[in-house]
Design a binder for this molecule. Structure first.
Ligand SMILES: Nc1ncnc2c1ncn2[C@@H]1O[C@H](COP(=O)(O)OP(=O)(O)OP(=O)(O)O)[C@@H](O)[C@H]1O
Ligand SMILES: [Mg+2]
Length: 486
């Protein structure tokens, strides 16, 4: 098909080659467009023009000799056109046929009848030549326009060749494989790589990963520390599917790609403040769109949805979104959901088509080593503080964050409802007593557990020896408590 679109332009090509100069100007009026010999009229006008100019160019030498005035010069200005200029010292030698045109400080300027004639011939020839070129150009355009359909098809064919050529070149240089396209909703990639990150990392240094989605393994909950490679893996899946559908080879060892009806992504953070949309609102609008439109043939990529709000709201939304996708008719779209909500990994035990994957890291004392390897199973730590340390966070902030994390992990509230997260050796000094602290604020704080009031029933229960109690006594005791507390 492409080959036939590339043919049949010999005639047009010949006509253009005959008509146009080797390097025509970009817009008309900026220099000659047509070759000599293409149009006799144009050639005649150009001849008049150049011979007139040559006559003027030789005029100075001729007139100097004829009049014996060595300072005689031919000049040009926009107002008077061509003139003969003679300095004061030689004014006496000026021949009678010279007509004075202008006096200047150093002498006089003159014209002759002949000079004016030649000049007007030169100018009108130039003008007529330009008009003739415009006419010829319009006619040439019309004749090219007759071939417009063929030229458009040629453009398309060249564009297609360009794309296919770069697919082939990239595939050959970077070791891509030919994907197998199938109709069932699967995605089966061995040794897949991210086509852009692999180039940035340096070819051969990128860690390839497998991906198997389809059948009962429909929704992947992908956990792993910060910087582990979750987003890269998720985008890689999207790019591979996109490239496969565009007809390209893929950066992988092998790949089986089930046709996708739509590719949905919820990746990165963006807002649209000018249109009154906050970051989280944009995220929710896009997620809502995915839930409304994804089918069991779609690919859905969700990178940390829900993180832009309070932890529990975010987790609850992420959980409900996953459930909703799982219940999409046909078994849910192929989905990768990267998240730091480790609680989401419990969904794999509750929903049959949800499975867990993690990006592997190795702990090395205080440090972590990123292996960038995606494996089945869940991860339960984010190592956010280690990553913050790598990023150059001040050491005091890092160690303080460690203290707070330890407090949080050992239970949030201490005796009397004081949040434990605030304690620690490097905690800021307590405020002076006269200043009321946030946690002593008179407003009742609903989340602070109050110390329990003295409780007689509990004391009695504690001191009760159940083994020594006769059934009748037990009944009597129960009746007494009921009367007192019930
Ligand atoms: N398979 C890989 N091989 C080599 N380098 C990789 C690989 N995957 C990711 N990387 C590198 O690791 C960096 C971090 O990856 P990525 O942003 O995907 O991590 P993440 O798990 O999404 O982190 P976060 O939780 O902070 O969003 C990337 O910039 C990339 O350069
Ligand atoms: Mg990420």
């Amino acid at each position: 098909d492409l080959a036939s679109d590339l043919e049949g332009f010999e005639d047009l090509q010949r006509r253009l080659a005959e008509a146009l100069v080797d390097d025509p100007p970009v817009t008309s009026g900026e220099g000659p467009i047509f070759r000599a010999g293409y149009d006799p009229d144009l050639d005649g006008l150009r001849e008049t023009h150049t011979s007139g100019l040559a006559w003027i160019a030789e005029l100075q030498a001729r007139e100097r000799q004829r009049t014996g005035i060595p300072s005689l010069k031919v000049g040009y200005n926009r107002v008077f056109g061509y003139f003969l200029e003679i300095t004061r010292t030689h004014l006496a030698l000026v021949p009678p046929e010279y007509r004075r045109k202008q006096t200047i400080s150093t002498g006089e300027r003159y014209v002759t009848e002949e000079l004016q004639e030649v000049e007007s011939r030169v100018l009108s020839a130039a003008e007529s030549a330009a008009t003739r070129e415009t006419e010829l150009f319009a006619a040439l355009r019309v004749s090219v326009a007759d071939a417009a359909c063929g030229l458009q098809a040629l453009g398309q064919a060249l564009a297609a060749l360009d794309v296919l050529g770069s697919f082939a070149e990239t595939a050959a240089c970077r070791g891509y494989c030919l994907p197998v396209m199938v109709t069932e909703p699967v995605l089966d990639v061995h040794g897949g790589r991210h086509p852009v990150v692999e180039v940035n990392e340096g070819l051969g240094r990128f860690v390839p990963n497998d991906l198997q989605i389809g059948g009962e393994r429909r929704i992947m909950v992908l956990t792993g520390p910060n910087m582990a490679g979750k987003s890269t893996f998720l985008r890689q899946a999207g790019l591979l599917v996109l490239l496969a559908h565009a007809g390209s080879w893929l950066p992988a060892e092998s790949a089986r790609v089930g046709l996708v009806d739509r590719l949905f992504t919820r990746v990165g953070a963006s807002d649209d403040l000018a249109r009154g949309r906050s970051t989280f609102l944009v995220e929710m609008i896009e997620t809502a769109n995915i839930l409304r439109n994804a089918t069991h043939r779609s690919l859905v990529l969700l990178d940390e949805i829900g993180r832009g709000t309070a932890t529990f709201d975010g987790l609850s939304l992420a959980w409900a979104v996953t459930e909703h996708l799982h219940e999409t008719p046909g078994g849910g779209p192929r989905t990768i959901f990267a998240t730091h909500y480790h609680e989401l990994t419990e969904l794999a035990a509750l929903l049959p088509r949800v499975f867990n994957a993690r990006v592997e890291v190795k702990e090395w004392g205080e440090e972590i080593v990123f292996l960038k390897k995606v494996l089945d199973g869940r991860s339960d730590r984010s190592y956010g503080i280690q990553v913050a340390k790598i990023a150059g966070m001040p050491p005091a902030v890092v160690s303080r964050a460690r203290e707070i994390l330890a407090n949080l992990e050992s239970g949030e509230f201490g005796v009397g409802g004081v949040p434990r997260r605030s304690r620690g050796r490097s905690a800021p000094p307590p405020p002076p007593r006269e200043q009321i602290t946030f946690f002593e604020a008179p407003v009742p704080l609903p989340f602070v557990a109050k110390p329990s009031p003295p409780d007689r029933l509990r004391d009695e229960l504690r001191s009760l020896d159940v083994d020594a109690l006769r059934p009748l006594d037990a009944l009597n005791l129960l009746a007494e408590w009921k009367a007192r507390h019930g």
